[in-house]
Design a protein around this ligand. Structure first.
Ligand code: TYM
Length: 328
């Protein structure tokens, strides 16, 4: 059996990009008995940038209810909140002491977010090491992520390898699992950039909390080229290719199938279709979300998940301490 682990940071809104890059792949895996799945809210990661304390707390709960509404089955997936397991940050410190500054500062996300300023927290630099701890404490085999996080999983692999060769076998070396379709859902207004929770232009980002009206409006207003032919070509037709990716995940139809239906029907008809299927899917998710949000079920699921996570992390922390020579 393979252990699968993934996490999402509770910042901004959960977007269609997160759904397609992280939540949907997990839902597709949960019925496969070869996988044991852990899914967590990376709330410690959110703190790299200031968060309003009240909003952060609310958002963590909302995110969990949203994962469940998207179709994560709590009987098949262990769900927990990262900060409730203190061993993860404790292991992270020991990993930090086994990570080079050069490695951490080469991370693309760090470079992008720290560009032109020194006014950022050190947490922004060490954040990928905490992510390594998230992954390594539980000996994850597979880590489903969007392509933007692949480099961080590679760093986790390097840290595990280094630690194992320095101190003896301690961590399993994980593999990133990057979904093929819709690997990187792009901003609707700027299809050369990823659809990001923190994007300044909200018209380019579909949030899972958006109203039907707003989803339809955003998709109809998506930037496209002007040749009016619907086919997949990420380089020359990033806007249309992005919409094909979105429609494919929303309907479970292949890109080929969608291309043959819409090839000659013009952008108006195609955008209309993408808008309708996306609004319908997100609408269904929101109805379940509203039922779940204030139910006791969410707390029960999280408590159960936390027990599993703490048992795994405590055992790993004891081993790591012993390996590096900390007192027991
Ligand atoms: P975060 O919260 O930015 O994103 C959560 C997941 O969604 C994917 N994603 C996307 N995929 C496709 N298209 C997009 N536009 C898009 N935007 C986001 C991300 O790749 C990610 O898989 N550091 C992580 C959270 C994390 C984590 C972990 C993940 C912390 N520890 C351990 C896996 C394992 C992050 O900030 O993801």
């Amino acid at each position: 059996m393979k252990r699968v682990l993934t996490g999402l940071k509770p910042t901004g809104n959960l977007t269609l990009g997160n759904y397609i890059g992280a939540i949907k792949p997990l839902i597709d895996m949960q019925n496969n008995e070869d996988y044991e799945i852990l899914l967590f809210v990376a709330d410690l990661h959110a703190l790299t940038i200031y968060q309003d304390p009240t909003l952060l707390k609310e958002r963590v709960k909302k995110f969990v209810a949203m994962y469940l509404a998207c179709g994560v089955d709590p009987n098949k997936v262990t769900m927990y909140i990262q900060s409730k397991n203190p061993y993860i940050a404790a292991i992270s410190w020991i990993l930090e002491c086994n990570t080079y500054y050069g490695e951490a500062s080469r991370m693309i996300q760090f470079k992008e977010k720290s560009k032109g300023s020194s006014n950022f927290s050190i947490g922004l630099l060490t954040y990928p090491v905490l992510m390594a701890s998230d992954i390594l404490y539980c000996d994850a085999d597979l880590v489903p992520v969007g392509i933007d996080q692949k480099q961080h999983v590679e760093l986790a692999r390097d840290i595990a390898d280094r630690f194992n060769s320095k101190y003896g076998m301690t961590f399993k070396v994980p593999e990133a699992l990057v979904t093929k379709v819709g690997t990187k859902i792009k901003d609707l207004k700027h299809p050369e950039k990823k659809m990001s929770k923190s994007e300044e232009n909200p018209n380019g980002v579909i949030s899972l909390f958006d109203s039907e009206e707003s989803i339809i409006k955003k998709i109809k207003g998506a930037t496209t080229d002007s040749d009016n032919l619907v086919y997949f070509d990420e380089e020359n037709k990033p806007g249309i290719s992005n919409l094909l990716n979105i429609a494919s995940v929303m309907t479970s139809r292949t890109i080929n199938d969608l291309e043959s239906e819409f090839k000659n029907s013009g952008y108006g008809t195609f955008k209309n279709y993408v808008a309708m299927v996306t609004a319908k899917k997100i609408g269904e998710i929101q109805s379940r979300y509203n039922e779940l949000l204030n139910s006791k079920e969410v707390d029960e699921i999280l408590n159960k998940g936390l027990d599993v996570s703490i048992n795994l992390a405590k055992e790993k922390y004891e081993l790591v301490k012993e390996k590096v020579g900390l007192s027991d």
